[in-house]
Design a protein. Structure first.
Length: 572
């Protein structure tokens, strides 16, 4: 049955500019009536964008709309409502402010439900609207715990599925397709997402198998489990990726996706044989369709790096490299740079492997090695697409490198990544790949090197005064006074580690005429670095120490993420 609010929502949708799905939406409305499933159906059918549809529905109920995956969800709010209640009522606590619990609900206009939730939580409840599916998936993620995962693994081990030890062929395939295995893998992924992990390690040891997460750059053991279920878990991963579960002697690589809420979470999987069984590492990539993304101004770059880098990316032509090891945030920085220059007057195209964040107004292409659709092939095609700016996810071979330099020399701005330790080494690496120095010198205009350090937990941060010997190691002795450093004591918010989140630190080489001459002459990275110092270059560790003094990270993190071979002189 329809009601005035439902009719108001329907009319608001039909009144949207250039809306052309009137008959289809009316049919959905007549079938589903006044239910949040109507909004979900409209969004799933792509008749209206998710945010627009949800805001119109929330407006009809005179409440706000919140996307649980773009909102703050605190442990305090989660703890106030038992998981059974959250699932049954289709609600999830978001945060508590002034003794008021804000909850995302599928039916926020149900006053009796809100009253009962207030009684259970023993605080006043303020409801907002969220899509039912997004609430369900948010519950799966935010209520996941190590204890629940351990219990599920133990239950699986004791099930009759593993009574027979001769798992192979069709039996193994059928087991890997079972609901139990699918559920276990979902739990592992959900818990990894909750813990903000970037990688999941599933590995067999001599006596047990274990699961480790890489969180804030560091590997942490999450749980161990019986080796007898290890092969089935690895096989489940392989099935998701379309890999050969019968082959365990050779490494395999694949990808899979999971729908979470209205978004798609993407994962890259690598398996290798080991002494005790196959090991799998799952890289967690960004969710497609994610609305939030870091801008350059929000990346906590030092102003001495940020301002020249902003000027650099406004150049109409040339190559700008962002370098660093895997997982150092290079792609995030490149996205932020593209976002900074993106406007309707520019034709911006990207070549990525994979596409991590959808950029409005940007043409994004994804590499597909299964059909030999590689970086160089797409790049050649893009050069016929009248580009102004091109982002190349990674320069891996001579052909891609040559086309990129040619593009830079013919009036295009090119952004790309390379795996090098320092900014100056990127220039040398380009020559080592096979690009002639006379092409590198005029085409490269700047190189930004980047690392990530674990960020001190804001909830338990404390100041301390290091010894004078420590200070003398990093600062000039003349005029040296006591300088406070900071660290995290360890608390519930950071799982006792003292760290939560990550912060980047950088070095930037701006290519001057002197440096161009050195490149043309084939000089070393050290000589290029000395020339760059004349125009303000400071090494990675220098910027890292500035982040230490600002209380963003610890001296131990900077030591762990920079090497002595390119450490700076002490700071004065």
């Amino acid at each position: 049955m329809s009601n005035p609010r439902s009719e108001q929502f329907l009319q608001s949708v039909l009144d949207l500019p250039s809306f052309s799905w009137k008959r289809e939406v009316k049919e959905l409305h007549d079938r589903l009536g006044n239910a949040p499933e109507l909004v979900q159906a409209i969004v799933d059918s792509r008749y209206v964008g998710k945010d627009d549809a949800c805001k119109l529905w929330a407006d009809s109920m005179e409440v706000a709309y919140v996307d649980p995956f773009a909102s703050v969800i605190t442990d305090e709010a989660i703890s106030l409502l038992p998981v059974e209640i959250a699932k049954k009522a289709r609600v999830i606590g978001l945060y508590v402010v002034n003794d008021v619990l804000t909850v995302a609900a599928a039916t926020p206009n149900d006053s009796e439900l809100m009253r009962r939730l207030g009684q259970i939580a023993q605080v006043q409840v303020s409801p907002v609207f969220a899509l039912p599916r997004e609430i369900e998936d948010a519950i799966s993620i935010h209520y996941s715990t190590e204890k629940n995962l351990e219990e599920s693994l133990s239950e699986l081990e004791q099930s009759s599925l593993f009574d027979r030890p001769d798992l192979a062929g069709e039996k193994l395939s059928n087991l890997a397709e079972s609901t139990s295995l699918a559920s276990i893998l979902d739990e592992i992924v959900y818990f990894a997402l909750r813990e903000r992990a970037t990688d999941i390690h599933i590995e067999a040891q001599e006596l047990l198998s274990r699961i480790r997460f890489r969180i804030d750059g560091n590997l942490r053991e999450i749980t161990t489990y019986s080796r007898k279920i290890h092969r089935a878990i690895i096989s489940r991963l392989k099935i998701l990726c379309g890999l050969n579960i019968a082959e365990s002697r050779f490494p395999q690589d694949g990808r899979f996706s999971m729908t979470i809420g209205s978004q798609t979470a993407n994962f890259r999987v690598s398996t290798i044989p080991s002494a005790w069984g196959e090991k799998a590492v799952v890289r967690i990539l960004a969710m497609s369709g994610r609305k939030t993304m870091l801008t350059l101004d929000k990346m906590m770059m030092s102003q001495t790096i940020l301002q020249p880098f902003k000027r650099l990316i406004q150049n109409p032509n040339g190559i700008i490299f962002v370098t660093g090891p895997t997982g150092s945030g290079k792609t995030t920085t490149l996205y932020a740079a593209i976002h900074e220059i993106n406007n309707q007057s520019l034709n911006i195209s990207t070549i990525e492997d994979p596409i991590e964040i959808q950029l409005p107004g940007v043409t994004q292409s994804q590499v597909n090695n299964h059909i030999d659709l590689n970086f160089s092939l797409i790049l050649r095609a893009l050069m016929r697409q009248d580009p102004d700016a091109i982002l190349i996810g990674e320069i891996r071979d001579l052909e891609t490198a040559k086309i990129a330099t040619e593009a830079a020399l013919t009036g295009h701005i090119v952004f790309a990544t390379l795996h090098t330790n320092t900014a100056a080494q990127a220039i040398v690496r380009l020559i080592e790949i096979g690009v002639e120095p006379y092409m590198v010198a005029p085409s490269v205009i700047g190189v930004l090197a980047q690392r990530l350090a674990a960020k001190i937990c804001d909830n338990c941060k404390e100041a301390y005064y290091p010894s004078r010997d420590v200070l003398k190691k990093y600062f000039v002795e003349e005029g040296l006074t006591e300088v406070p450093f900071y660290r995290g004591r360890g608390c519930m918010a950071c799982r006792g580690t003292g760290y939560k989140g990550r912060v980047a630190f950088h070095e930037l080489v701006l290519i001057t005429e002197e440096i161009r001459t050195l490149i043309s002459e084939g000089r070393t990275a050290q000589e290029i670095t000395r020339a760059a110092t004349k125009v303000g270059y400071r090494p990675l560790r220098y910027d890292g120490l500035k982040k230490v003094l600002l209380g963003l990270t610890t001296i131990e993190e900077i030591e762990a993420n920079t090497s002595f071979e390119w450490a700076p002189d002490p700071i004065g």
